[in-house]
Ligand binder design. Structure first.
Ligand SMILES: *Cc1c(COP(=O)(O)O)cnc(C)c1O
Length: 367
């Protein structure tokens, strides 16, 4: 071992920085007696709507449910097709399956995001929606995607789970399509201490619908309008979310700064992500591409105790659960090429300069 171990992520550092505030929050929510659907949630929803530049935000149980509820509110279900990408976290597709619709995939570009040039050939009369994923916190090509959707008369739901604060042409993600879905899972840039999610929309109809659907379909205590779900964000998590939201831009700046250093120092040995001028990425992950990926990961772990990961190692169309969808290996050549070459380096706001440079030194040594 030539350097100190570097974890892929260490969530305890941020928790410790804010621990005293969390104790106060626990007391304040605890003493309020309101734990579900209360003031803390309403406040957080207003703050998020304001932050994302949308009319409405609703706290839900997790990021997957934000997509599920969004699709349900838009009437998407059995017999409908929804287009997304094969290289995402499994739940982008799980959400589509949950509402009973059929997922259809299109290939991605070298930046890991949806390639809009493949969309039109997949759209047919059953297509109801496109779900672009802002993977790694980098905005998908929304102008082209939204233009194609509009022309086809279908809607766009953004899977923005990894991308809160990211911007496309100066506008925050989550407000670019009909519905945005965010996750507050502990691994996301804005996270709480458990599961949580947010749905964003500018549509009053979607808002009214999800408001009821997330709470058992109840309009009031005794009137059930339709069959819904139990998918709410707890007040305790919402209050924590409010506290964290104050820090989000600072945290995201730190993700971006670490990404800038990695990019500068590694550009000549591996492929690093290169934002286009109109993209403001929040680098939820920092993904490099290289031919010797497996050897590099082994070397970093074995020789330097530096931990890396692959997001995501198995493309969704090749998952056992996706068998019935009828896809096979070779269908998405770009995603399939990238998945063998990609590796995510440690990136989180509390990563020290020393740690960043030991990752850089070790990678340079390998090459
Ligand atoms: C995390 C994530 C989700 C799901 O969020 P949960 O809160 O875990 O349900 C969906 N899509 C993407 C791309 C994600 O990274």
């Amino acid at each position: 071992m030539t350097s100190k171990p570097v974890p892929f992520v260490d969530l305890t550092r941020q928790f410790r920085d804010l621990e005293d505030d969390f104790v106060d929050i626990f007391k304040s929510v605890g003493r309020s007696g309101q734990y579900i659907l209360g003031d803390a949630l309403n406040l957080f929803e207003e703050e998020i709507a304001d932050y994302c530049g949308v009319k409405y935000a609703l706290g839900v149980a997790n990021g997957t449910d934000a997509l599920v509820l969004g699709m349900k509110a838009l009437g998407i279900g059995p017999g409908d097709e929804v287009i997304t990408v094969p290289n995402s976290f499994i739940s982008s597709v799980g959400a589509i399956m949950t509402v009973g619709a059929t997922p259809r995939f299109v290939d991605v570009k070298n930046d890991l995001n949806m390639d809009p040039s493949h969309l039109e050939q997949v759209i047919n009369t059953s297509t109801k929606a496109i779900v672009p994923v802002h993977l790694t916190g980098r905005p998908a090509e929304m102008d082209a995607i939204c233009a194609i959707a509009e022309k086809a008369g279908i809607v766009v739901l953004e899977d923005a789970a990894q991308a809160i604060g990211a911007m496309y042409k100066g506008k925050k993600v989550g407000g670019l399509g009909k519905v945005g879905g965010f996750s507050l899972h502990p691994l996301k840039n804005l996270h709480v201490y458990g599961d949580g999610g947010i749905l964003t929309t500018n549509s009053e109809d979607v808002y009214e619908e999800v408001l009821i659907l997330r709470n058992h379909g109840l309009k009031d205590r005794s009137t059930c309008m339709k069959w819904g779900m139990n998918s709410r964000l707890d007040n305790l998590q919402a209050a924590i979310g409010s506290r964290k939201l104050k820090l989000l831009d600072t945290l995201n700046d730190r993700f971006r700064e670490i990404a800038r250093i990695y990019s500068e120092e590694l550009d000549d040995v591996v492929e690093v992500p290169k934002d286009q001028i109109h993209e403001h990425s929040v680098y939820h992950n920092f993904v490099i591409q290289t031919d010797g990926r497996d050897d590099l990961m082994d070397y970093l772990e074995r020789e330097h105790d530096i931990h890396t990961a692959i997001h995501y190692p198995k493309l969704i169309h090749t998952q056992p659960a996706a068998k019935s969808l009828g896809y096979s290996e070779g269908d998405f050549p770009n995603a399939e090429r990238i998945v063998k070459r990609m590796v995510s380096l440690p990136i989180f706001p509390e990563l020290s300069k020393e740690e960043i440079f030991s990752v850089i030194e070790a990678i340079r040594q390998f090459y």
